[in-house]
Write a protein that binds this ligand. Structure first.
Ligand code: MCN
Ligand code: CUM
Length: 801
């Protein structure tokens, strides 16, 4: 098997000319961005538009005694001040979450977390609105906050969600702060293996709460037309059709009269999947006032209240034989979900795809238990290049592989080689219920080991250790699960997670195509065109890609979970092939031959064995709108709704080398080598860009980002003074590589890639930092690996004064 195919040099002349699949076509969306001509939500300015600003709670947990609006309403330019009382008659003071819970739109009787929305001011401009929120007088009765999730279920713990208690003061769950308990796998079978296993290891780790903090914060402009009864919402959304469905059901306006437009988006990273209270307030205000209403957050509001990620307390355990071959895996998780369960993820999966935690390894039996609890913190949990908890899953299994290697005294690479699923085992059914579609893990890791000269690094480390220097070599070999998903096991609010493409070829052979996904920087306008270019032989530059307008795009579930390539790109390929099938009919009629005698040659149909008898796709397009023979319907269009048969499972092998300063605890990433396999590569340059971005965000998480809370539930680190956003100065140099193992079930063999580098790099960084201390008996250190935390560890080890 040649795993290095699909190199640009191998591409055909036609592919290069039309800039099809495999070409590093330059990003078509960039000229407008680099010229500052992007059109973001905040660039939308409509006549008569007014602004919303939020009065937010300074307390994490408090009863609202009273709200006095009078002074704010007296300020010239203020149109309204809304509270939960005002939304109640419309039944909009609470809204459903995407995880089957509900969330207060404006605090109803009590506040559940610091910065929660308490009242909304609507004013002529954002400055008046900002002044007015200072004039709204809210009297609070402070309640004891629940901050530590480990205290959430003890007797006498503060109850976060009294609204869920029934009239007897009871809840379905064993404790009112418990959201769910989810277990998967064979509990008894796993236990019995652990009882007998020659080797067992156990480690507890915390994956901190982090926030993707994209360049653009969240916002919307709602515009209700009282004459037509139409509602238009411009919103920073990764899933505009889902927003339309939710807005329609909340407002009672039919979906045909609701138009949701996601204009240019300044980064999403999962943060822009959900629906936030500010959107609902803007929509209500627009309907009530009959004028456009804008809501755009500032950075602190963004970091404090919108979708964050992780906050998982995980315990991993492995049972193995003396050679380190895994016999069983057990993982226990406590998840802090904050005050409302508003994870934006497929309905059926309370802990996302955490059960992918068997990783790349052949593990006969496993058991996973996840408990999700409420605390007095902002709601969220899945965002940030995560594909629904796969980040946490990969972290726990990769950490445990290291711990096992350490216990047995074998290298981090060797322990993995001994446990990988073998190429001939695919499709491979994991112990926790997934079917890995394809992979070649041994080859990938070996390629990386050769590239960095792993044995030489180990030798260098040995010498350094003798000299008392701290050098770490981290390894991570991850398997992702992306492309949510088959509608049989993935839906959002009952809508299956298919995706879609509609392609129209015009008489001149140029094309417009629309998808149910929406780019936030991933370059869809560039790459989808390349797919159509390859399928139909039309120059990419003649193909316009449009996404994000629900009035024109077919229904799709949006862009997150690296699903655009696994799902929507498959729809693109299939729709293009439908057009090609019709073009074949036309070509046959044009040349008066049978369809069977035709052969597709990249951009034309040729009669087999008759040189020169051929019709290019451009010629066929021209005819398709004219007088057609044999009752063929005019036009060249196709729509495809693609329900994937399985997820795709991209994978990678990463090695990271760090040097740690013994004086300061500062970690320098000397080398980072990332090999990714995402099957067929559509645009190698865009893939590389995605990988650089994901690695940089991984570096940010591993070495600095966190959103901690103090004992009173005050969020710390919610400004860019405190929250680490790496610049080119801090960012290490990345080395990238790839193999190509096509997905057997995807029409193009492609897998998603965008989240892989994030998912794979974070455990690799931790692996490297811990490895620098592993000869001193250290098996785990929690992130973020800041100089201070590392220095504290060194102090504990007596390495520094
Ligand atoms: N691609 C390719 N060949 C493949 C796989 C992907 O050429 N085999 C290309 C695609 O054509 C696409 C890009 O790589 O242009 C990413 O594709 P894919 O992996 O399918 O991911 P999505 O397009 O669905 O993007 C979502 C993903 C997620 S979930 C997060 S989070 C994230 C990420 O994208 N957010 C981003 N990358 C981001 N990049 C930018 N600039 N901004 C964000 O908000
Ligand atoms: Cu979870 S971050 Mo991306 O799936 O949009």
């Amino acid at each position: 098997q040649d795993l290095n195919t699909n190199e640009e040099g191998d591409l055909s002349e036609v592919t290069k000319r039309v800039q099809g699949i495999g070409c590093s076509r330059k990003r078509k969306e960039d000229p407008k961005f680099v010229q500052g001509r992007g059109q973001y939500v905040d660039d939308v300015k409509l006549p008569g538009m007014v602004f919303v600003d939020m009065v937010r709670s300074p307390y994490a947990h408090a009863r609202i005694v009273s709200i006095n609006k009078e002074k704010a309403l007296a300020l010239p330019g203020v149109h309204a001040v809304l509270t939960a009382e005002d939304l109640k008659p419309l039944n909009l003071h609470w809204m459903p979450t995407l995880a089957a819970d509900k969330q207060a739109v404006l605090a109803d009787e009590k506040v559940h977390f610091q910065y929660q929305e308490v009242a909304a001011v609507i004013a002529d401009d954002r400055y008046i609105a900002a002044d007015a929120i200072e004039l709204v007088e809210v009297e609070y009765e402070i309640l004891p906050p629940l901050v530590d999730p480990y205290q959430s279920m003890v007797d006498g713990a503060p109850i976060v969600r009294d609204d869920l208690l029934d009239e007897h003061g009871e809840v379905e769950q064993s404790h009112p702060n418990k959201i769910f308990e989810w277990d998967v796998g064979d509990k008894e079978g796993t236990e019995s293996v652990f009882e007998k296993a020659p080797v067992t290891v156990k480690e507890t780790m915390y994956y901190p709460r982090v926030h993707p903090s994209p360049l653009e914060t969240c916002g919307c402009v709602a515009s209700f037309d009282p004459v037509k009864g139409n509602l238009t919402v411009y919103v920073t959304s990764q899933a505009p059709h889902v927003v339309r469905t939710v807005v329609s059901s909340l407002s009672g306006i039919s979906e045909s009269k609701v138009r949701v437009i996601s204009p240019d988006i300044g980064g999403g990273f999962g943060n822009k999947v959900g629906i936030y209270p500010g959107y609902v307030v803007a929509i209500v205000a627009s309907i009530v006032l009959g004028r456009p209403v804008k809501f755009v957050e500032n950075r602190t509001e963004h970091l404090s209240t919108t979708a964050w990620a992780r906050d998982y307390f995980m315990t991993g355990e492995i049972a193995a034989d003396e050679q380190g071959r895994i016999q069983a895996l057990r993982v226990n998780v406590l998840g802090d979900h904050g005050a409302f369960n508003s994870q934006a993820q497929p309905t059926k999966w309370p802990a996302g795809f955490m059960n992918i935690c068997t990783g790349s390894y052949d593990i006969p039996v496993a058991y996973l238990n996840v408990v999700g609890v409420y605390t007095n913190k902002a709601p969220g949990g899945v965002a940030y290049r995560c594909s629904f908890r796969v980040t946490e899953a990969v972290y726990v299994i990769e950490r445990m592989m290291d711990v096992l290697a350490h216990k047995l005294g074998v290298s981090l690479a060797e322990i993995r080689m001994r446990n990988f699923v073998k190429p001939e085992q695919f499709p491979y059914d994991t112990a926790l219920g997934w079917q890995l579609d394809s992979g070649n893990y041994h080859f990938a890791l070996q390629k990386v080991m050769d590239a960095v000269d792993y044995p030489a690094l180990l030798e260098e480390q040995k010498v350094k250790r003798e000299n008392g220097e701290l050098m770490g070599i981290g390894v991570c070999t991850f398997t992702e699960i992306v492309g949510a998903g088959p509608t049989r096991n993935c839906d959002i609010l009952g809508i299956g997670m298919f995706d879609s493409a509609e392609i129209r070829m015009h008489p001149d052979g140029s094309i417009i195509a629309r998808m149910g996904t929406i780019s936030q920087g991933q370059g869809h306008a560039t790459t989808y065109a390349q797919i159509i270019a390859t399928e139909l032989g039309v120059d990419s530059d003649l193909i316009t890609i449009e996404e994000g307008d629900t009035d024109t795009a077919p229904y799709g579930l949006g862009t997150y979970g690296s699903r655009s390539t696994p799902v929507a790109a498959a729809a693109v390929a299939k729709a293009a092939r439908e057009i090609r099938a019709k073009a074949r009919k036309l070509a046959a009629a044009m040349m008066e031959v049978s369809e069977d005698s035709l052969e597709w040659q990249e951009d034309r149909f040729a009669v087999k064995g008759v040189p020169g008898m051929e019709k290019t796709i451009k010629e066929i397009a021209a005819v398709s709108y004219g007088q057609l023979p044999n009752g063929i319907e005019p036009g060249l269009e196709a729509v495809n709704y693609y329900d994937p048969p399985n997820f795709t499972y991209p994978f990678g092998a990463y090695i990271c080398v760090v040097d740690i300063d013994k004086g300061t605890g500062e970690t320098k990433v000397r080398r980072f080598y990332a090999l990714d396999d995402c099957g067929t590569r559509i645009n190698p340059m865009i893939i590389e860009g995605q990988i650089h971005g994901g690695l940089t965000e991984g570096y940010a998480v591993a070495f600095g980002q966190e959103l901690p809370f103090d004992a009173d539930g005050n969020i710390l680190g919610n400004t860019l003074m405190d929250y680490f956003i790496p610049t080119a100065v801090e960012t290490p140099k990345w080395e990238t590589d790839h193999t190509v193992t096509p997905s057997p079930h995807h029409p193009l063999g492609a897998k998603g890639v965008a989240e892989s580098p994030h998912v794979g790099s974070i455990p690799c960084f931790t692996s490297a930092v811990v490895d620098a201390f592993s000869h001193l008996g250290v098996t785990h250190m929690d992130m973020p690996h800041t100089a201070y935390r590392t220095w504290r560890e060194m102090k504990k080890l007596g390495l520094t004064q």
